[in-house]
Design a binder for this molecule. Structure first.
Ligand code: ZN
Length: 132
């Protein structure tokens, strides 16, 4: 299934945990693996703390220091920083589904990471059931 994400900033970490959960209900699978895949070259998926919003902000600010927007890149589109950040974070995460619930730690949330927004984005969510 496709989960749609609308971002509203150039770089942004958007908590999509509830959105993923809602979409999983409609599938009816109870046990297996959930694969969450960003279908973009300038946006990623990661899992990190969703209790204190400063954590996501700190991650974005630290990432900006590591990979600044302007650094003499050659890519004509002008968004090389977004491509690099995407490869550093990765396009996907896999979470265990047990008895219909995502197995996440107390402070863990699934984040869609926008690095070249704002844009309309798509995340593909696939359940691989325990019993095929
Ligand atoms: Zn590009």
């Amino acid at each position: 299934m496709i989960v749609y994400v609308q971002t509203d900033q150039r770089t942004q970490m958007k908590d999509i945990t509830d959105k993923v959960k809602e979409n999983l209900k409609s599938l009816g699978e109870k046990n297996g693996l959930v694969h969450i895949f960003s279908m973009h070259t300038t946006a990623a998926v990661t899992i990190n703390e969703n209790a204190d919003p400063d954590v996501a902000g700190d991650i974005l600010r630290a990432t900006e220091r590591l990979v600044p927007f302007e650094a003499g890149y050659r890519h004509m589109e002008g968004n090389s920083a977004a491509h690099i950040k995407t490869s550093l974070f990765g396009q996907s995460e896999t979470v265990v589904l047990k008895d219909g619930r995502l197995v996440l730690g107390t402070w863990q949330g699934i984040y869609f990471c926008e690095f070249d927004g704002p844009r309309s984005r798509k995340v593909h969510v696939k359940v691989i059931p325990d019993k095929l």
